[in-house]
Ligand binder design. Sequence first.
Ligand SMILES: [Zn+2]
Length: 173
Amino acid sequence: MWSARAERVGAGLICRWLLLAAWPLHLGFGALVVATGALAAVTEQTGIADAVAALAAHYVLGLCCSFGLHELGHLFVLSRARGITAITLERTLWRLSVSAHGRISGRAALLAALAGPGSCVVAGIALLMLIPQSHLHLWYLAHAVFLVPVFGDGRTVLSVVLSRYRQVQSHAE
Ligand SMILES: [Zn+2]
C-alpha cells in the first residue's frame, strides 16, 4: 500500500497517486493488448485490431479515467473545505482512496461524498450527448451505484442526512 499525507496536495502528488494505481492490472492488460495486436498484424486480421483498439479505449478512457475522476471529485471538495488540516491519499494494488484530517462540517462531508459519483455522472451525461456511439458514458454513469449505502459514499450521504433529520426532529419536540 502507498500512502501520502499532505497539508497541500500538489499536481505531482496527484500524478503519483493516480498513475500508479492498480499497476499490475495495467501491466497485464498492456501485455494482452500488445500480444493480441501483434497477432492481428501477423495474421492481417483488421477485425481483431479494431476490437483490441476498442477494448483498450474502454479500459483507459472508461474504466481508469472514470475512477480517477471519481477520486478527484472527492479531493476537489475536501481540499477546499474549511477545517481540513491535511489530506491523505492512498492506493493499494486495486483501489484508490482519499481521506481528510481535521474537522469537517456535515455539509462539506455530504458535498465531498456526492462529488465523486456526481462528477462521473455529469461526465457520463456529457459523453452520452457528445459521443453516444462510443458507449464510454456507461462507465461514468455506473458510478451512481456508489451512492447506494453499501458503499462508503452512500453511507456518508445517508449518515449526514439522518443526523440532519434527527436534529430537525429534536428541534421540533
Ligand atoms: Zn467515492
